[in-house]
Design a protein around this ligand. Structure first.
Ligand code: COI
Length: 354
């Protein structure tokens, strides 16, 4: 399928100061859009000036949340080249998410091509500062007007681009996380392992409580026993104790994070033993008390690698590594970001230079 291209007026394409960027509040002048209907399948892919969209008030997505999304990044390298980080893995995950909520799959080649063209048109919007990037947000949602609960016959697929800085206001400084044993994010057989809007909506109540108490994010426990650590919602979680890097194994209710997977592949090459297994919250708290839990960090596309300096559980707060960034966390952060910004050779073939 050929992508039709309509460019925005030169006046609307002017960039501005990309120095101190917030996360996800600024958008580039163009977007990709493609429609689906049951007769024609995916059709009419186009790149057009960024604009609001029109949606029928009975569109299925508004009522029953039939939608999936992705988050990936393009980096402006030290060599002036633009690199995408593991785009094919993100596109594969988009289709995996789509399948779970009965959204028709998209052609990976077409999506990759659309991203490439979109970035080449809006390349001046890629921030040049290390730590900043161009966040790419593909989203697919059900547009058929229908108040009956059913699989939609119509969809819209949109890709928007946003120059971003750090996800957390703390930047690379340690964040504080709050363990909730009141709410759950996802359950076995549910949708916790895909990127669908409902998972994020379900996490907001606990996040609000956590933030009111001064914590940045919520650390979720498993739904069945409220015993095992799962993820943070906007990132996967890693613990370093007893000279081992541990992360919860993928049980079906945890998002298979691409940065998580990168850490699992990278760590052993740096001499770090890494394991995926069930980790109970009691084990974590016990390890903090015994001073054998040396480091904790989260991983995610938006969050990159974020050190965790404090954990709140059952009315008590526990400092990790005196609330400071740990050595392993720093090493992994620096290694992955060096690959992303083209400072280090990408021996994993994770990046695609545009
Ligand atoms: C990402 O890390 O890309 C995500 O989609 C998480 C979101 C909460 C920003």
């Amino acid at each position: 399928m050929e992508i039709e291209i309509n460019l925005a007026e030169p006046e609307k394409r002017k960039t501005f100061d990309l120095e101190d960027l917030p996360f996800g509040k600024i958008f580039t002048p163009h977007m990709f859009m493609m429609k689906y209907d049951i007769k024609r399948g995916w059709h009419s892919p186009q790149i057009k000036p960024f604009s609001n969209i029109e949606l029928h008030p009975a569109a299925i997505v508004l009522h029953y949340a039939q939608t999936v999304f992705e988050g990936m990044k393009a980096y402006y390298g030290v060599d002036g080249k633009i690199r995408l980080f593991r785009p094919w893995d993100h596109i594969a995950r988009l289709n995996h998410s789509a399948e779970r909520v009965c959204i028709p799959k998209v052609d990976p080649e077409l999506v990759f091509n659309a991203i490439k063209i979109l970035i080449s048109i809006d390349k001046d919007w890629i921030p040049k500062k290390k730590g900043a990037a161009l966040y790419i947000r593909p989203v697919i949602f059900a547009t058929q007007p229908n108040l009956g609960l059913k699989v939609s016959d119509e969809y819209l697929f949109i890709i928007i681009l946003s120059p971003v800085g750090a996800y957390y206001k703390e930047g690379f400084n340690p964040v504080k996380i709050y363990v909730t044993d009141e709410y759950i994010r996802a359950c076995p057989g549910g949708t916790g392992n895909i990127k669908t809007g409902g998972n994020y909506a379900a996490s907001l109540k606990a996040q609000e409580i956590a933030q009111k108490k001064g914590y940045t994010q919520v650390l979720w426990l498993d739904a069945k026993e409220k015993k095992y650590v799962e993820e943070v919602g906007s990132m996967n979680i890693f613990f370093y104790f007893d000279n081992e890097l541990l992360t919860p194994e993928l049980t079906g209710s945890i998002l298979p994070g691409i940065t998580r997977n990168s850490v699992l592949k990278l760590a052993p090459t740096l001499g770090i033993t890494v394991k995926e297994r069930k980790i109970s919250i009691d084990e974590v708290i016990d390890a903090i008390k015994k001073n054998i839990l040396k480091e904790c960090f989260g991983t995610g596309t938006a969050a990159v690698i974020s050190p965790v300096g404090e954990i709140y559980y059952k009315n008590r707060s526990y400092l990790i590594n005196h609330g400071k960034i740990g050595k392993i966390t720093k090493l992994l952060f620096e290694y992955i970001t060096s690959i992303q910004y083209g400072e280090k050779e990408d021996t994993f073939n994770w990046t695609i230079t545009l």
